[in-house]
Design a protein around this ligand. Structure first.
Ligand code: FAD
Ligand code: SIN
Length: 540
């Protein structure tokens, strides 16, 4: 299989890129599972954007959005990247509307968008489609991509590893030339060749026991880029969302996986403890609407101090019918769990939510390997620094996807001699057999997620990180043996990628001997400007 552009992932980043690139050449989009299975489709709150002059009734402007992003990022954002992305907000909204997304309008005024608010934003600037913004975006982009004759969208195609000239032993400057890809329906691994490879595989929430993320978020792109030799940055900044529904009647990871959007707090919901006190005010004057790292830590502190299983998000003071009208998905899902949020405060706990670090790129998505671009949650552009500002990620995915195309067309013009003719060996299956001990995979999968939750989550220590590193090294050895001894399937591949992701998080966290943004360690509880730079890891 050969195409001008090879895109891995069908979320906002991959599909935005594909739709625009298809105007210039052939595009193959690969996605494991179904195209709609992505973090994008699960996004609730919305997409932040400062709109045109005429729409800036609230006095918002780019400088304020930039300042809020820098403040959340705790000194580690790249200000140029922040400004570039923020200033492309209006263009991004227009792009999504052109793809068919219908954002909500203010009541009774079709000329004004309804703007929501989330933690760390000083102004209302979040465009949304009720509380299923991501689903509307995903559906519109998939529909637009599916109609384009230049786009081939292949579901159940799992990218296993990147193909680069260095890996193939070809003596030239290291270049990406494609990927080995598992067809999940037939079990075959095939070569997909392209001179322009886009990693848009999303995040890695599944490395933690409790997460808001869908099952697809297993750090595949990150691990593939790492194995290929790309630089990885800032993986210590794994963001925890403060408010996941705590469902004591469910078991295991399902007991806390349904997100209750921060936008609910933006509309006045307040976090309280069992005594009804707004404990967040003791931690930050912005209370329940402080940036996520502060609120998640405040909840963690409260739960540990009181021994309670959860805290509560109180919306009972809002007028009856408000939740059903503004947040119907959340209201109905909670109802399906037997919880009426208009009558009783919602029990909530934090859960892993977003990967702020990732494959190091510039604001055009360029990685350290030529011809390999990373866009969206898999990438680390410098926008988020040590903590992402809410609703900035959909914006980033869309903006950087369009910028990456401009950069690729300039750097790797379509009329230039292609590397896709170079010989690439077929995937070697060797003497392996199908795995007959599925329990080994599920056991290791659970072990990784549990140890990451226990030792590497909201509050860390050197001791916990060292213990996690030791356990992960053992698990990596076992998983390697399993990987080389059995025919590959999605479960083994995800397990292999989860171990790599866990190790990258622990490695980065161990190097940062301070507390900053999301990374908090009891051994170094304060910021230390000796560490005021990105954590960078390179395999070769
Ligand atoms: P994704 O949308 O995750 O897409 C990744 C794609 O890659 C998927 O299709 C996946 O199947 C595919 N893939 C992965 N590995 C492979 C592989 N090996 N081979 C082939 N395909 C692969 N952000 C906001 O800005 N606003 C919000 O309101 C918001 N709410 C959120 C709510 C929830 C519950 C969650 C989980 C996240 C939320 N986020 C929000 C974050 C945001 O949704 C994501 O950061 C963003 O959608 C990531 O987009 P992406 O295109 O990079 O990745
Ligand atoms: C939410 O709706 O709370 C999630 C927003 C985000 O993660 O950006």
């Amino acid at each position: 299989m050969k195409s001008d552009f090879l895109v891995i992932g069908s979320g906002i980043a991959g599909l935005t890129f594909a739709i625009h690139a298809a105007e210039y050449g052939t595009v193959t989009v690969l996605t494991k599972g179904q195209a709609i299975e992505s973090n994008t489709a699960w996004a609730q709150g919305g997409i932040s954007a400062v709109l045109d002059e005429s729409l800036r009734a609230s006095g918002d402007n780019f400088d304020k959005h930039v300042a809020d992003t820098l403040d959340a990022g705790a000194g580690l954002c790249n200000e140029d990247a922040v400004r570039t992305i923020v200033e492309a907000g209006m263009e991004t909204i227009e792009d999504l509307i052109a793809a068919g997304v219908e954002f909500d309008h203010a009541h009774g005024d079709e000329s004004q968008f309804a703007l929501g608010k989330e933690g760390g934003h000083s102004k209302r600037r979040i465009l949304h489609c009720k509380d299923t913004t991501g689903l509307e975006i995903a559906k519109a982009l998939i529909k637009t991509a599916a109609k384009h004759p230049n786009i081939q969208l292949l579901e159940q195609h799992f990218a296993v590893d990147l193909l680069t000239t260095a890996k193939l032993g070809i003596a030239t400057e290291d270049r990406a030339v494609g990927a080995y890809v598992l067809n999940e329906m037939t079990g075959e691994v095939k070569k997909f060749r392209s001179d322009r490879v886009l990693l848009c595989t999303g995040g890695s929430g599944k490395v933690y026991l409790y997460t808001t993320n869908p099952d697809s978020s297993t750090g595949d792109g990150l691990a593939m880029a790492w194995r290929a030799g790309a630089t990885i940055s800032n993986m210590e900044f794994a963001q925890f969302h403060p408010t996941c529904f705590y469902n004591p009647s469910a078991t295991g990871a399902k007991a806390r996986s349904f997100l209750v959007s921060e936008a609910v707090r933006g509309e006045g919901a307040i976090l309280i403890n069992e005594k009804g006190e707004n404990f967040t005010l003791k931690h930050d004057s912005r209370g329940s609407l402080a940036p996520r790292d502060i609120v998640a830590r405040a909840i963690d502190h409260e739960i540990k101090k009181t021994g309670a299983a959860c805290v509560y998000l109180d919306v009972t003071h809002k007028p009856k019918g408000f939740m059903q009208e503004r947040f119907p998905h959340i209201y109905n899902t909670l109802m399906s769990f037997g919880h009426d949020c208009e009558k009783d405060p919602i029990p909530v706990v934090p859960a892993a939510h977003y990967q702020c670090g990732g494959v190091a790129t510039n604001v055009d998505g360029r990685t350290t390997i030529r011809g390999l671009y990373a866009v969206g949650e898999v990438a680390c552009t410098g926008l988020h620094g040590a903590n992402r500002l809410a609703s900035n990620s959909l914006l980033e995915g869309s903006v950087v996807a369009r910028r990456a195309l401009v950069d690729i067309l300039k750097t790797f013009p379509l009329n230039k001699k292609s590397l896709t003719e170079i010989p690439i060996p077929d995937w070697e299956t060797g003497n392996v057999t199908p795995p007959d001990e599925q329990v080994l995979i599920s056991h290791n999968w659970d072990e990784i997620r549990r140890l990451m939750w226990d030792y590497v989550s909201i509050v860390r220590t050197d001791n916990r990180l060292n213990r996690a590193a030791r356990r992960l090294r053992n698990l990596r050895k076992e998983v390697r043996e399993f990987y080389w001894g059995n025919t590959v399937n999605s479960d083994i591949l995800e397990l292999r990628n989860l171990v790599a992701t866990g190790m990258l998080i622990v490695d980065c966290a161990t190097r940062r001997k301070e507390s900053r943004g999301i990374h908090f360690t009891l051994d170094y509880p304060d910021k230390n400007d000796a560490y005021l730079s990105d954590t960078e890891l390179r395999r070769f």
